[in-house]
Design a binder for this molecule. Structure first.
Ligand code: 6PG
Length: 251
């Protein structure tokens, strides 16, 4: 059993309501910080609708784009223009139209050796440390204002897969993951649990009936990566009614 003590589950109606609720959290976090803001995005299909609505006038006009920096919590180790690339998806959905290029911080994948994700991990670790201004994370000064997350069918989050040694990494900020546990089966780069935890808020987005089985296991406290990921501040799970287990009010 794992206790994810500070998890706050927020049920929402459907994927559209989920995207709206997530956009509200993005704006709320931005409004808490009058200075430089760091948001860590996630990949997969769940955040796509959020990213798309952030580019619409109603949301776009509420974001001080010059002050917001966009990072990514994990990456498939494929070229930046590969359709599988997580930051590529976010760029297409909203960043390239809205954010200054210097504020977009992708995990580097342009290497001659596509089997060496540690290469990208080491570079991204340095990038994050330089942005943060130190190579040790201070609980009193979180790295990110907001970290977005998703959940895979095996309980993974970011690219932290069940029983993978990356879960136990405490020194490195970013690691290479040679083998993914689920599709797409390409090497990954992922921020480690302690790096992801260094945030004011961690926000999970989970939707669809095919997530209900894994959510049932997670909410029962099973020792799975998504249950080990929590913010040093607030941890919020936005879950739509198709994904929500019946015990928690799902239909
Ligand atoms: C990735 C992710 C991963 C994702 C979950 C959920 O690169 O695949 O970052 O952790 O968030 O697998 O993915 P879906 O949103 O597609 O269900």
């Amino acid at each position: 059993m794992v206790s994810n003590d500070n998890r706050h589950v927020v049920p929402v109606a459907d994927p559209a309501a989920l995207a709206n609720a997530a956009a509200e959290r993005v704006i709320a976090r931005i409004s808490e910080n009058p200075g430089r803001i760091a948001i860590c995005l996630t990949g997969g299909s769940s955040p796509r609708q959020l990213y798309q609505i952030l580019a619409t006038d109603a949301w776009r006009s509420q974001i001080p784009w010059d002050r917001v920096h966009w990072f990514i919590g994990d990456e498939r180790f494929v070229p930046a223009d590969d359709p599988l690339n997580n930051m590529g998806m976010a760029r297409t959905a909203f960043l390239d139209r809205c954010a200054p290029p210097a504020n977009i911080h992708p995990i580097p994948t342009a290497t001659a050796d596509p089997t060496d994700p540690d290469w990208g991990a080491a570079l991204y670790e340095r990038k994050l440390q330089s942005f943060y201004g130190a190579d040790t994370l201070d609980d009193a000064r979180p790295l990110f204002d907001l970290v977005l997350m998703g959940v895979g069918p095996d309980g993974h989050t970011a690219s932290l897969f069940p029983d993978d040694p990356a879960l136990d990494e405490t020194a490195r900020w970013v690691v290479g993951v040679p083998r993914a546990n689920v599709e797409p089966f390409v090497p990954r780069v992922t921020l480690t649990l302690s790096t992801l935890a260094s945030c004011h808020e961690m926000l999970f987005e989970v939707s669809g009936r095919d997530k209900r089985a894994i959510l049932t296991r997670l909410f029962a406290g099973e020792n799975l990566p998504a249950n080990c990921a929590q913010s040093s501040g607030e941890t919020i799970w936005l879950v739509d009614r198709e994904a929500l287990p019946e015990d928690f009010g799902g239909q």
